[in-house]
Design a protein around this ligand. Structure first.
Ligand code: M6R
Length: 608
């Protein structure tokens, strides 16, 4: 959720922090703040609203500093306001800190601290951390921090400055993402790579229950016994440009347009020149893969929809039954876990709290975990037995687009891999499927070239107060995803439904004020969709239909048609999704909303 950054070095501290915060703003954006050490005093500025407000306020102030931290907030405890914005301080203004996570026992700690005379200035859970450190602080701030952390229940990534140690940043993590960036005569703390990419690609992934002390020339990592421990420096694979807008009005639009290229990258990664799948780093024994008896997929939001599509793909090409669960449900239910099961977690960020909790639960049963993830080195990838990266590059738009189609493509290729190992697919069929998949980037480009038409249809429908999205079979999850995209960025209530369920309830919603998006591409169940369309028309619902190019018959019923190129139904989600992404994007964009930063949302949901 929130974004944190810390810096120590010779550059202009405020501008490094502000720039870093802007690149983290997708994580939360209801308030922002900065703290820097200037002449052994802590200077703090914080604002409700966007980072640009904070930036304007700082223009008038001259600060000479070599060390500081910043925060962009997604409120959990206490409304978005100046007083609740981070950084938070102790009673003496000697310690300032920023936090991402939730302190679950903060009420109890607050009560105890108040009894000991602490004066609280905010309603946040974070403030207890500053007061606790101050209470424990005698000679070593690090020791005080470790004592504090042992008292906390919940999740945290922290960056701390202190007037007695003006050259040092302190940091710690537990269940919230955090990296340390190593530069030349400068070092960084950040929630995520985009904040520091412009300065360094060398990073240390701090692990849970580790603390680090950082000065501009040194990074030292300690465990909770205050013992120095070795660490590994990794090199980030992506560059600064991949996290920029490149002339597009919004990141979301740029990311929609990147999809054909990403799918081609995935072919290069996971297919041999002769068209066989290659997952060289799968780290799972062939024998195990050949004998999988059940697959369970867990994920949240858009990634969950990818999992649902995955069920259709895997079950139609292999003999493996698939169960798909929302991570937030899975973690609190009593799943039946049998031997020879494979557990797949799907996540763009690899930091989603519920998905991490789900895999931790499954780990207790000694089951193999394969993660499909976009962010290298994220918590999910570090905690899984096996990883398939989606190679979609940094996804900045809060509404997930390119990560989704990349997840789908990985699921297609993984399915082919399993089916081949199990000897279920013969060479000819495998060749045919791969040839269809390889056409997809080109076909997606055709849809993108048609984007004016989609924009015009969006224009004609943005006044509708509510939408229903209907699909069947493999495009039922596509309907869910289309509805999610629309509601996330345009705030129009939108519901996705399996078209066959329409008569069991949602039909009651249909009248001339309801827009219904029907996915009716060519497939075995096309006629069933047509029946649904006729039922909607009979009730004067306004239909936008997604149909396959060449289908003239549909014109008899519907005027608003978005055609997708011809493709077998099994692969159609990769095309239909792109049209629905563009449709949602244009509705929100024309309505004038901040598409990349929809209200109340954050890119990675790192709290429960
Ligand atoms: O990073 P993850 O893929 O684990 O995130 C899961 C969801 O939070 C995410 O897909 C969310 O639903 C997006 N805002 C969808 O656009």
């Amino acid at each position: 959720m929130c974004g944190i950054i810390g810096y120590t070095g010779n550059k202009n501290v405020t501008s490094v922090i502000l720039k870093g915060l802007k690149n983290l703003e997708y994580r939360g954006y209801d308030s922002a703040g900065i703290a820097v050490l200037d002449n052994k005093k802590i200077f703090i500025s914080k604002f409700k609203g966007r980072i640009s407000d904070l930036e304007n306020s700082l223009k008038k102030i001259k600060i000479k500093s070599q060390i500081g931290l910043g925060h962009t907030r997604w409120a959990t405890h206490g409304e978005p306001s100046k007083k609740n914005a981070h950084p938070h301080t102790d009673c003496f203004g000697k310690i300032a800190l920023v936090h991402n996570g939730i302190i679950e026992n903060h009420d109890k700690l607050r009560k105890e601290l108040k009894e000991k005379g602490c004066k609280f200035k905010s309603e946040t859970d974070t403030e207890v951390i500053a007061h606790l450190i101050s209470k424990f602080y005698k000679k070593s701030l690090r020791k005080a921090l470790i004592k504090t952390l042992k008292k906390l229940k919940g999740s945290y990534a922290l960056a701390i400055i202190n007037t007695d140690n003006p050259e040092k940043l302190l940091t710690a993590r537990c269940d919230s993402p955090l990296i340390i960036g190593k530069g030349k005569n400068e070092n960084f703390i950040a929630s995520d790579a985009p904040a520091i990419l412009e300065h360094t690609k060398k990073v240390i992934y701090l692990k849970d229950y580790q603390v680090a002390e950082i000065s501009k020339n040194k990074v030292e990592v300690f465990n909770f016994k205050n013992k120095k421990i070795p660490y590994k420096v990794n090199t980030l694979a992506y560059d600064k440009e991949s996290a920029e807008k490149k002339g597009y009005k919004h990141y979301m639009l740029k990311e929609i347009y990147e999809q054909p290229k990403i799918l081609s990258t995935l072919f290069a990664q996971y297919l041999t020149p002769s068209g066989r799948t290659k997952f060289t780093n799968l780290n799972l024994k062939r024998d195990f893969l050949k004998n999988i008896k059940k697959i369970t997929i867990v994920a949240c939001g858009t990634a969950y929809h990818a999992g649902l599509v995955g069920k259709y793909i895997i079950e139609s090409l292999t003999d493996i039954p698939v169960e798909v669960d929302l991570s937030s449900e899975f973690r609190y239910r009593n799943p039946i876990i049998k031997k020879k099961s494979l557990f797949i977690a799907i996540s763009q960020s690899g930091e989603t709290a519920d998905t991490l909790a789900a895999i931790r639960k499954i780990k207790q049963h000694n089951v193999k975990i394969l993660s499909i993830c976009n962010v290298l080195g994220s918590s999910l990838t570090r905690e899984s037995n096996s990883i398939i990266y989606t190679h979609a590059g940094p996804e900045i738009g809060v509404a997930s687009t390119k990560a989704y189609t990349a997840q789908l493509m990985v699921l297609y290729l993984l399915t082919l891999h399993l089916a081949t190992l199990k000897n279920i697919l013969d060479k000819t069929k495998l060749k045919k499927i791969i040839s269809s998949l390889k056409k997809i980037p080109h076909l997606q480009k055709q849809i993108l070239r048609n984007d004016k038409k989609i924009k015009n249809i969006a224009k004609r429908h943005l006044h509708f107060g509510a939408f229903l999205y209907l699909g069947r079979n493999i495009n039922f999850p596509t309907a869910l995803e289309g509805a999610l995209k629309l509601k996330e960025i345009s705030y129009i209530p939108a519901e996705g439904y399996a078209a066959g369920e329409m008569k069991h309830g949602p039909i009651a919603l249909i009248d001339e004020y309801r827009a219904v998006v029907c996915i009716a591409n060519n497939s075995l169940i096309y006629e069933k969709m047509v029946s649904n369309i006729r039922e909607i028309l009979a009730r004067r619902g306004k239909i936008v239909v997604i149909a396959t190019k060449g289908n003239k018959n549909i014109k008899k019923y519907v005027k608003e048609i978005i055609y997708i190129p011809k493709i077998e139904n099994l692969f159609s989600p990769l095309l239909v999704t792109v049209t629905l992404q563009l449709f949602a994007y244009y509705i929100a964009q024309i309505k004038g909303y901040d598409v990349d930063k929809p209200r109340n949302l954050a890119k990675s949901v790192t709290v429960e």
